[in-house]
Design a protein around this ligand. Structure first.
Ligand code: ADE
Ligand code: ZN
Length: 340
């Protein structure tokens, strides 16, 4: 890639809005933590782990992702995982993150909710010290029952002052958003923001459900929205944020080829799309690698890259002052580069 474009991406102030902490678990750290906990992992080496990261769909990935997460046991583990991610993205010009965690993956193994949340929140606070603000989003696993989700929500109650929102992730096909209507109603009543993975592998109908039944504030992925012109018009009119994850889409075969990625079409249709890494340890890159992949494959201009970065702040759950401050920083940066 052109050096000038790579350095433009590197210096662009940006937020990351779609990141699963468990998906930032690098193989080297997985081995180190497994050793510390005397935990078994089904791989002999880092190379063997990386070689296993060939997926033909979302479920292939989730099977390995949940297995690897079993190594995480102590508050220190969750802290170290989170801190490693924050340090890594500080180098990518990331100023703000809104990160997901999957508590049910851990509580189902007998790890207390407080161990998971306590470790993550301690690291997020340390992130403030090196210039990364953050919000935490509790994701419910859609392959589990709404009752299981409610039990988790109960355990989260003492932590709700430190949790900005709830999300919906895991196996999408066969698990429409409407399955968790009551749980999302309860989260909304508790004053939390709402997001949901929809239209990653599932149809546009799932995006409609996320909007009209769960009343979400953001759509995670949303690729399949483009199948439905009426939905596109709705998303554009509401300036609904889509947290798009290009390398994830490629690795999970949601798109066959990066040149066919819908991100540029989304921008051309007036949608508020953002660029995110989803599960960077598994999909081959953090946020700047995602920017670089689409910039190259879709021949995005610097102005389009700046729009994507600005969208990441406008679509965040920061207050209006902070959004405006960050958006102005993107404008200043682009203007210095002669883009505005
Ligand atoms: N959990 C972690 N990554 C995910 C993804 N891309 N889709 C659904 N659930 C996930
Ligand atoms: Zn995701």
């Amino acid at each position: 890639m052109d050096d000038s474009l790579a350095s433009f991406i590197a210096g662009l102030p940006k937020a990351e809005l779609h990141l699963h902490l468990e998906g930032s678990f690098e193989p080297e750290q997985m081995f180190a933590i497994a050793r510390r906990n005397k935990a078994d992992i089904p791989f002999k080496s880092v190379e063997e782990v990386r070689a296993a990261y060939r997926f033909s769909n979302l479920q292939d990935f989730l099977d390995i992702y949940y297995r690897a997460a079993e190594v995480l046991r102590t508050e220190e583990d969750f802290h170290d995982l989170t801190l490693a991610y924050l340090k890594r993205v500080a180098a990518d010009g990331v100023r703000h993150v809104e990160v997901f965690f999957d508590p049910q993956t851990h509580t189902a193994r007998g790890i207390p909710f407080a161990t998971v949340a306590g470790g993550i929140l301690k690291a997020l606070k340390e992130g403030d010290g090196f210039g990364i603000t953050s919000k935490l989003i509790l994701c419910f696993l859609r392959h589990l029952s709404e009752e299981d989700g409610f039990a988790t929500f109960k355990q989260a109650e003492p932590w709700l002052d430190h949790i900005a929102g709830v999300g919906l992730d895991s196996s999408e096909l066969g698990h429409p958003p409407s399955q968790l209507t009551h749980l999302f109603d309860a989260a909304r009543a508790a004053g939390l923001k709402l997001v949901a993975h929809a239209g990653e592998e599932g149809p546009a109908a799932y995006v409609w459900e996320a909007l009209d039944i769960l009343h979400v504030d953001r759509i995670d992925h949303g690729n399949r929205s483009l199948d439905d012109p009426r939905l596109v018009a709705r998303l554009a009119a509401e300036q609904m944020t889509l947290t798009v994850c290009p390398l994830s889409n490629f690795k999970l075969c949601v798109v066959k080829d990066m040149a066919q990625h819908p991100l540029k079409r989304m921008l051309d249709l007036g949608l508020r799309a953002t660029v995110n890494s989803d599960d960077p340890a598994y999909f081959g890159g953090y946020v700047n690698a995602n920017f670089a992949a689409v910039a190259e494959a879709l021949a995005l201009s610097k102005a389009e890259l700046a729009t994507l970065a600005k969208n990441s702040f406008l679509g965040s759950f920061l207050d209006e002052d902070a959004k405006a401050r960050h958006a102005a920083a993107v404008d200043t940066y682009a203007a210095q580069d002669g883009q505005l």
